[in-house]
Design a protein around this ligand. Structure first.
Ligand code: SAM
Length: 321
């Protein structure tokens, strides 16, 4: 197994099916233009082979299908059922939910148990202002379907001071009523946010979020798995919520995440734009491919930050959050 000096290893793989997205979220892209697919994206079979090799070489046992927007990719329909058949401890999908009603049957028949839906507001106007595309009602219908099909649903919300802080309590109520765990993701200083004052102006961190929740609910911190990114809180008798506190409570020391982009690069750290191509390995026999992967995984593990997220020009669109 490949382990670094801090005892960290990769266990948790995020595979981006495509860099293309049907949204143009204000914190993700600068210009309101929707993201396009990357040049030379890998096909479903190649991505699947990469996943198998990474399971064997790095000990990956947890997989998240992401993007871009994964449900937008035609690969999704073949990739999801195929990864569900692999001996993984856990498979989940992260989506903006816009295509969930259309893909719900594929998701159900593949046997997916968990899904994360990114949703920043329940206000249709604010929704359009943040996502700069899409339709809120369609996302909500998709979430209802997932709950109805018995999936464990989490909703991810990125609070921003000027855009949706007024939605923190309504979003929490919406989720608690449906048995959904809401996770507040602290805004990360990535991509174009690094180039102007937007980040400092918009950041609304864990302390502020908790203070706001405390005006309506009593809650207590609960255990989260060792390598969880989320600080979890229980609201007795009502449910739970979490804060992914990249800034306020960094989780680098226990990070087990590895990212594979849709065009075949490994990223060892979200706060480091170094990447390691693996497409050349995918045409080799298994032994040689595994050998080649080991050295690239060692380098990718060396890319991890030791203490905290320091920000990077890398944008989520390439590596899927
Ligand atoms: N399209 C899918 C979705 O919306 O979930 C997957 C990709 S999206 C990049 C993954 C997650 O990253 C979303 O929850 C999004 O809100 C989050 N994200 C993107 N840029 C971010 C930033 N600068 N800070 C915090 N979260 C961010």
């Amino acid at each position: 197994m490949i382990v670094d000096a801090q005892g960290r290893r990769f266990r948790n793989l995020r595979v981006s099916l495509t860099a293309a997205c049907n949204y143009a979220c204000s914190y993700c892209v600068p210009n309101g233009r929707r993201l396009q697919a990357a040049v030379a994206e890998l096909g479903a079979e190649q991505l699947l082979r990469a996943v198998r090799l990474l399971m064997e070489t790095a000990g990956i046992d947890k997989l998240r299908v992401t993007g871009g927007e994964p449900l937008l990719s035609p690969k999704f329909d073949a990739f999801l059922p195929a990864v569900m058949r692999l001996p993984l401890r856990d498979v989940s999908v992260t989506t903006n939910g816009q295509l969930l009603p259309r893909k719900a049957d594929i998701i159900r028949s593949a046997g997916l148990q968990r899904i994360n839906v990114s949703l920043d507001t329940l206000n249709p106007l604010a929704f359009r202002a943040i996502a700069r595309s899409g339709d809120l009602a369609t996302v909500l219908r998709g979430i209802d379907l997932m709950v109805e099909y018995g999936l464990k649903v989490k909703v991810n919300m990125v609070p921003m001071r000027s855009a949706n802080v007024d939605q923190i309590l309504p979003m929490l109520d919406y989720c608690l009523e449906r048995g959904i765990e809401l996770r507040f993701i602290e805004l990360m200083n990535m991509g174009h946010l690094r180039h102007d004052a937007t980040y400092g102006r918009e950041f609304f961190g864990m302390d502020d979020i908790l203070a706001l929740v405390a005006t309506r609910h009593e809650f207590a911190r609960t255990d989260a798995p060792f390598d969880s990114t989320s600080v979890r809180y229980e609201i007795p008798g009502k449910g739970a919520f979490g804060v992914i506190a990249n800034e306020s409570e960094p989780f680098c020391a226990s990070c087990t995440r590895l990212r594979l982009s849709s065009n075949g690069y490994l990223y060892g750290c979200l706060s480091n734009s170094k990447r390691h191509a693996i497409t050349d390995l995918l045409g080799l026999p298994d032994d040689e491919a595994r050998e080649g992967l080991r050295s690239r995984l060692t380098r990718a593990l060396g890319d991890k930050q030791t203490v905290q997220f320091t920000g990077e020009v890398t944008v989520m669109k390439f590596i899927g959050g």
